[in-house]
Design a protein around this ligand. Structure first.
Ligand SMILES: CC(C)=CCNc1ncnc2c1ncn2[C@@H]1O[C@H](COP(=O)(O)O)[C@@H](O)[C@H]1O
Ligand SMILES: [Zn+2]
Length: 356
């Protein structure tokens, strides 16, 4: 039975909406980066959190610092982005929204603008090679860097919204949730929203941020990352939940990330259950597939085994994610046709494989 569901989740066409580029770097790509930069003395154990391991949030954020040391030239970014896109495609992801924080690296001459251009180049390169995946990009604001940097990032994203042929679709707000306050970033986020950039905000990722969550929900965002502590059972409040429901804001839920980062004590206690029971749009995502040693198929499998979802329910979950994407209606329609085309084949193939 488990094997059947595992196979089904791999074959299932999927939508990935919450993936940080530098957190998504696979073991194989890290290997190539380590070989490029032996002088850094970086080992694999410093860039990933293996099976059964748990880390504090602080330790998790240290991991990103190590990866950033390995990825600091245009060449690195191009390789990392193309590898990550190909890996998502190999895992059956048909539509991907990647997000990443533009970085300036004085030593290598990298600028924030070149950073975004390089990711766009990687997306176009994969498209030209015929990789079967539609990729869009969210420019990320790191909350640690404060309001000026946030405004600078929004302006950069606005430029690319106009010049990237639809590839840049929005903004992400992320970074260590314990650093800085969302209220300082409101002007930048408001400006982005008014310019037509969609907003996906990490919200209530840690406890006791009711005030910040309330302010950010008033924008309102187009999607929420995690939202772990929004509901009353987790120390949130009914009024926060009501705002999410009223505006019908989809949640991006990342089970392995939350359990390994210890904001959620176990898979069965994950807030997927709360929102799914409400029938609220919830999209299964990986967050950082490299750091947390997972992939999207595995996340669907975890949902199935933890909450007892049938293949039909898993299918609906992946199909409903299409309505939550930031690309225009025409793209949604194309994806829906694609899902319909694939449905019969996938339900029979996974059955046949087991009867052999
Ligand atoms: C610590 C933990 C459990 C991580 C998962 N939850 C996260 N919460 C907030 N920001 C994140 C998370 N994962 C990745 N990021 C952001 O994504 C960055 C790495 O990808 P990139 O350099 O933007 O391409 C990190 O530096 C951080 O700013
Ligand atoms: Zn995230």
């Amino acid at each position: 039975m488990d094997h059947e569901v595992g196979l089904f989740c791999r074959e299932l066409p999927k939508v990935e909406l919450h993936a940080h580029l530098n957190g998504s770097v696979s073991y194989q790509t890290i290997e190539k980066l380590i070989r490029r930069k032996p002088h850094l003395n970086i080992e694999h154990s410093m860039t990933a959190i293996g099976k059964g391991q748990r880390r504090t949030l602080e330790e998790c954020f240290q991991v990103f610092k190590v990866i950033h040391q390995l990825v600091d030239t245009e060449e690195d970014i191009l390789m990392v982005a193309t590898d990550v896109i190909r890996e998502f495609a190999e895992d059956g992801v048909k539509y991907l929204e990647l997000r990443s924080t533009p970085r300036e690296e004085k030593n290598t001459g990298l600028t924030k603008k070149r950073y975004v251009e390089t990711i766009i180049k990687a997306i176009q390169q994969c498209k030209n090679e015929g990789v079967d995946i539609d990729v869009r990009f969210l420019v990320a604001i790191d909350r640690r860097n404060g309001p000026e940097a946030a405004m600078e990032t929004v302006k950069l994203a606005e430029e690319f919204l106009l010049s990237s042929d639809g590839l840049v679709v929005g903004l992400d707000l992320s970074g260590d949730p314990k650093v800085g306050h969302g209220k300082d970033l409101l002007p930048a986020l408001q400006r982005g929203r008014n310019s037509g950039l969609k907003l996906s905000l990490h919200l209530s990722e840690v406890p006791s941020q009711l005030e910040e969550s309330d302010l950010l929900l008033n924008l309102p965002p187009d999607r929420i990352g995690h939202g772990t502590f929004l509901h009353p059972e987790m120390g949130g409040s009914q009024s926060l939940v009501d705002k999410v429901l009223k505006n019908n804001i989809p949640l991006e839920l990342c089970l392995t990330s939350n359990v390994k980062g210890q904001t959620v004590p176990s898979y069965s206690k994950h807030h997927f259950k709360y929102w799914y029971q409400l029938g609220h749009p919830s999209v299964i995502c990986t967050d950082d597939k490299g750091v947390f040693c997972t992939d999207l198929s595995h996340e669907y499998q975890l949902v199935a085994s933890t909450f007892g979802l049938s293949r039909e329910a898993l299918w609906n979950l992946s199909q409903q994610a299409i309505d939550c994407i930031f690309a225009p209606e025409t793209v949604k329609q194309q994806l829906k046709w694609r899902w319909t085309d694939l449905k019969h084949h996938i339900f029979t193939v996974t059955k046949d494989a087991l009867n052999k």
